[in-house]
Design a protein around this ligand. Structure first.
Ligand code: BES
Ligand code: MN
Ligand code: ZN
Length: 497
């Protein structure tokens, strides 16, 4: 990972391979007059010749003398005077990509030129750090190492205005590092191919996190799930020779008698659809169907690293959904852990089945709040695309807090309604509830299904089907798992303390 440090002082007096100067569109003259004097008016010339105007994504590299700053990199931020977490992350990821490509290993970023909204300065430093750290992320475990593979940026210093803010800024960097380690863990798990990614592997990973961070890990194997009556989860698992697990991680950072926040993450290591088989096109992407579980594991690691003063329990139902001679069928009626019976209309609506039992099971912790994350419905991609996850739940206050956390950190959420009128779509004919409500409002009826198993506590559901996977490369976010949810959960939990 790129090493990030905080510096205070005059930018033009620093010794660095590259001084990075963020620039907003317009008013370039005034902001950079001192620098332009140093460069003998070459900057003005570049502005006049329209080689650089501060448009978002623009970059201009100028060479100076030896000794002080060797180079200057102007990076456009566009016209917006205030920059949110997403804009800042994109900016610094772009800087890292630009420098990496040119084999420039060190830089100094002058953050005094950025306009943070009031009170959001440290969040800004954190977002810039995140962008730098994530720009170095690759998943190349299974690719030949080529000689021209470029090393990520080695060090980046962030220049801030006042020495009074130094400690707070260093703390913001430390938080960003923990969050990025969590995000990279989640990305690695999502990107891991299905042949390497059994429920057992997720369980092993959870145990490793527990060992490293001093958490408690409990694994419920098949026999235990049978004994306790996880009828819905086991039905999904029965088509695969790979054993299912209920993975449980506990973190105690709060007081002893404080009720925990529960995080539940869908852990389908591969979703073929089962007997209701998915079409072949894009089926390979269904190795990402455990992204909710990955986000929960990544967040647990980050929270433990940051020693946040909260109590947490994480539950990941881990299964594989395959079609085989032992697979469950459309028409089957399952008895869930809650006792409610579920009529299977579609074996591809498996996520809500495993989550139903996990949501029931977590009730024994008397959680203060339960948040589940799941790549649950294709309908969510149709509704929101890849720029927001859907949020639904049984408590408006919790939903509002999550939306606000999302706006602050950039893992954005958009609420969909969960009116009781939707319940009619999943009313059972041969059991209590059907596992599919048909095509209309698919994301909502999936949540309406989960609601029936989350009756005893304050609960929110995040559908991350559209946000968990990037289908093209952009700076800081290569094609593949995004790690969505990790920074959102940490941001939400930080405010709970
Ligand atoms: N894992 C899928 C949802 C999904 C689709 C996630 C595409 C990411 C990308 C889920 O298990 C599923 O198959 N849902 C069905 C539900 C339907 C059968 C009621 C869907 O959305 O089609
Ligand atoms: Mn499915
Ligand atoms: Zn699925």
């Amino acid at each position: 990972m790129t090493k990030i440090s905080i510096k205070v002082g005059n930018p033009l007096k620093q010794k660095t391979a590259c001084l990075v100067l963020p620039a907003y569109e317009g008013r370039l003259k005034n902001s950079f007059s001192e620098l332009d004097a140093l460069l003998q008016g070459r900057l003005q010339k570049a502005f006049r010749n329209k080689e650089f105007s501060g448009k978002k994504g623009e970059a201009l590299l100028l060479h100076a003398g030896e000794g002080g700053c060797e180079r200057f990199l102007l990076v456009g931020l566009g016209s917006k005077r205030q920059t949110n977490a997403i804009g800042l992350r994109n900016f610094s990821s772009q800087v890292a990509a630009y420098l990496t490509e040119r084999r420039i290993a060190r830089c100094l970023i002058d953050t005094n030129l950025l306009h943070f909204s009031k009170g959001a300065e440290m969040a800004g430093i954190a977002a810039i750090s995140e962008g730098l750290l994530l720009a170095g992320y690759r998943f190349d475990t299974y690719r030949e190492k080529t000689a021209d593979a470029v090393a990520p940026l080695q060090t980046a210093s962030l220049l801030i205005g006042s020495s009074r803010d130094k400690l707070a800024a260093e703390e913001a960097v430390r938080e960003a590092e923990a969050i990025c380690r969590g995000i990279c863990l989640a990305r690695d798990l999502v990107n891991l191919p299905g042949n390497y990614k059994s429920p057992q592997l997720l369980a092993d990973t959870a145990q490793q996190i527990a060992k490293d961070q001093g958490l408690r890990c409990t694994l419920l194997p098949r026999a235990e799930l049978e004994k306790q009556g996880f009828g819905a989860l086991l039905a999904v698992a029965q088509g695969s020779v790979r054993d299912p697990y209920l993975i449980v991680l506990e973190y105690h950072g709060g007081t002893k008698d404080e009720r925990p926040v529960a995080l539940v993450g869908k852990g389908v290591v591969f979703d073929s659809g089962g007997i209701s088989l998915k079409p072949a096109d894009k089926m390979e992407e269904m190795k990402m169907d455990m992204a909710g579980g990955a986000a929960v594991l990544g967040a647990m690691q980050a929270v433990a690293e940051l020693k946040l003063p909260v109590n947490l329990v994480a539950v990941v139902p881990a299964v594989e959904n395959l079609a085989s001679g032992t697979a469950y069928r459309p028409g089957d009626v399952l008895t869930s852990l809650s006792g409610k019976t579920i009529e299977v209309l579609n074996t591809d609506a498996e996520g809500r089945l495993i989550l139903a039992d996990a949501l029931t099971w977590v009730g024994q912790y008397k959680p203060r709040v339960v948040i589940d994350l799941a790549t649950l419905t294709g309908a969510c991609i149709i509704a929101l695309g890849s720029h927001a996850s859907a949020v639904l739940g049984n408590h408006e206050g919790l939903i509002r807090e999550l939306i606000k956390a999302g706006e602050r950190c950039g893992d954005r959420l958009w609420q969909l309604p969960l009116w009781e009128e939707y319940d009619a779509q999943i009313k059972g004919d041969f059991g209590d509830i059907k596992n599919s409500g048909g095509r209309p409002a698919g994301t909502i009826t999936a949540a309406a299904f989960l609601k029936q198993f989350a009756e005893d506590y304050t609960w929110a559901h995040l559908d991350i089907a559209g946000t968990a996977w990037a289908d093209k490369n952009t700076p800081g976010l290569p094609k593949g798992g995004t790690g969505v949810g990790v920074r959102l959960l940490v941001e939400y939990l930080r405010r709970q303390c």
